[in-house]
Design a protein around this ligand. Structure first.
Ligand SMILES: Cc1cc2nc3c(=O)[nH]c(=O)nc-3n(C[C@H](O)[C@H](O)[C@H](O)COP(=O)(O)O)c2cc1C
Length: 358
């Protein structure tokens, strides 16, 4: 096999990566209250366009799918225009960028949504988690009790993903990533702890997989599967998620997705969960795999050398090193990942990290 390191170009489906340094999706809460892209977001992504692939922060596909304050949406033409500024900025510098589609399902509080918009989930079971809410000095509020979706509403939710994918392409994105972990809606359907349904969307493994697979198919139907990736993390307990047998669930999921020809599978190794997620994805998925979680560039190169993955996503290092890929190429020193203002509004701690050049 040819020698592969972080600087080797790659092709994942229709996505061309100039190198294998992927920017992991990171919510930074810099959008306007109504979900619109702000000027500082354009600059933030522009600064990081040396990555072989940028995966944006989670973007909600419908108002119902919004859970956190100041997260961006892609629900209408004005939001398409906002994201177009981001994709233009990245493409002008030769970068490749996909948008992560994130429907939070039950991980939501009403105060973070437009007035009157509800929260939905496979079953009416509240997440034991608290979310930050702006206003009155800020507060942490428990997640809402979601309304269980009626069976005949579920195709409409799947269609929200399809329409959001259409808008993402209208906005100039090279592809889209289905967010399937961290306790959000697709993971809620997959997992026994959150899916107590007794219809065709719950119960057996085949039924619990149905929503995820249907969403992937709907996104692929827009302009081919080779522009659509997905992110999973078997056994990830984040946002109060539990599954009785995550290994079986995800083996089943990957087997069901294999025929589609999706662009990539993206996974977090998350060593605390006790499953070798990278090996699971490598063995069970028949396309490229992006690996992630606490990698240093050196360890990432070692992982590529033994083919644990085809590219490595870096999260926190990209917050403080906007030119991370260029630094790795130059073997230059990296800034520490310690940072303030991770989720605060405004430019501080967001677009003010120096590059190597200063
Ligand atoms: C501030 C922050 C926000 C994040 N937001 C998201 C997100 O929107 N979607 C997602 O899939 N993962 C999200 N993550 C997880 C990262 O993509 C990544 O998996 C994690 O940071 C581990 O990689 P690292 O050790 O290289 O930082 C977030 C992580 C951080 C630090």
């Amino acid at each position: 096999m040819a020698f592969v390191d972080l600087m080797t170009p790659a092709r994942f489906g229709r996505l061309s990566l100039a190198n294998r340094v992927v920017m992991a999706p990171m919510t930074r809460a810099r959008a306007a209250a109504d979900g619109a892209v702000t000027d500082i977001m354009v600059e933030y992504y522009r600064q990081r366009s040396g990555a072989g692939l940028i995966i944006t922060e989670g973007v909600y596909p419908s108002e119902v799918g919004k859970g956190y304050c100041r997260t961006p949406g892609l629900v209408d033409a004005s939001q398409v225009a906002g994201w177009r500024r981001v994709t233009d900025a990245v493409h002008e510098r030769g970068g490749t960028i996909v948008m992560q589609v994130m429907h939070v399902g039950r991980v939501a509080v009403a105060a973070n949504k437009p007035t009157g918009v509800e929260s939905v989930a496979p079953s009416a079971i509240a997440a034991k988690a608290k979310l930050y809410v702006d206003g009155d000095g800020g507060s942490w509020q428990p997640c809402d009790m979601p309304r269980a979706l009626e069976a005949d509403e579920i195709p409409g939710v799947i269609d929200d993903y399809r329409r959001c994918t259409e808008r993402a392409y209208d906005a100039g994105f090279d592809g889209v990533e289905l967010h399937g972990t961290s306790g959000y809606l697709p993971a809620q359907f997959l997992s026994t702890g959150t899916n107590h349904r007794q219809d065709q969307w719950g119960g057996s493994l085949e039924n619990r997989l149905r929503f995820f697979v249907a969403v992937a198919e709907a996104m692929a139907a827009v302009d081919g599967a080779d522009r659509v990736g997905f992110r999973i993390c078997p056994a990830n307990p984040y946002n109060d998620l539990h599954d009785d047998d995550p290994e079986a669930t995800f083996r089943g999921l990957l087997a069901a997705l294999n025929g589609l020809g999706l662009a990539y599978c993206h996974t977090l190794r998350m060593p605390t969960v006790g499953i070798d997620n990278e090996a699971l994805c490598r063995g069970a998925f028949d396309g490229p795999v992006i690996i992630n979680d606490s990698y240093t560039p050196q360890e990432a190169n070692e992982a590529l050398e033994v083919s644990r993955g085809d590219a490595v996503a870096f999260g926190r290092l990209f917050i403080t090193n906007p030119d991370l890929a260029e630094r790795i190429a130059a073997n230059a020193e990296l800034a520490s990942t310690e940072a303030d203002h991770i989720y605060d509004p405004g430019p501080e701690g967001y677009i003010d990290f120096p590059t190597m050049a200063g």
